[in-house]
Design a protein around this ligand. Sequence first.
Ligand SMILES: [Zn+2]
Length: 217
Amino acid sequence: MNDIEQARKAVRDMGVRLLQTGLVVGTWGNVSVRVGEKVVITPSGANYDLLTETDMPIIDVATGAFEGAKPSSEKGLHLEVYRQRKEINAVIHVHSPYTSTLAAARKELPPILDDVAQLIGPSVRVADYALSGTEKIVRKTMRALRGRMAALMANHGAICLGRDLEEAYLCCQVLEKGCKAYIEAEFLGGAKGINRFEAALMHQFFLRKYSKQWEKK
Ligand SMILES: [Zn+2]
C-alpha cells in the first residue's frame, strides 16, 4: 500500500470489520498498516463506528513522532514489529473470545490444525504477562513472535501480523478458530498434535508460496 489516504481508509474499514465479526468488542483492539517510512494506526480509544479515515493518526516508524489524533496506546508494539520485521506491513491486535480464553489460561496453542501451522507457524506462543502499553510488554511480545505471524499475550489478547492487511486479518480469524478448536478438542478427550517439524515445514512452504503470488501483483 503506497498511498497514505488509501491506508487510512483501509485501517478504518478494518476496525469496523473487526467489530462486525466479533474479533473486537468496544474500543479494544487496534489496527495499523505500513506505508514506506510511516505507519497509519487506529487512534486511542477508537470507536470505529464513529470514526472517519481522517481520524487515523500517522506515525514515523523510526522516531515515533505522530501527526493527527493521539495514536492507540499500544502503538509501541506496532512500531517495534515494523522496526524488527521488515517483511511485515500490517498489524492487528485483538481481544477475541477464544484467543482471550487461552491468553487467560496462559496456554500456548500447539500445532493441532494445518491452517494455523501454515499461516502462523508450528505453535502460537504466549508472551509473559506485562502491563499493557509498557516497554516490557513490547519486549515480551516480540520474543513470543520470533518466527511466527502471531502471539498470544498473557491475560490480554493476541497480536497478528501480515505481509498485507488481508493476511493480518486472516491470521486473526485462523487464530481464533484454532483456539476454539483446541479448547473444544480438549473436552472431547484431548487435542492430538501434528508433528512440529512438519508444521514448521508447512509454514515455510506457505510463506514462500504466498511471496511468489505477492511478487506477481
Ligand atoms: Zn489490547
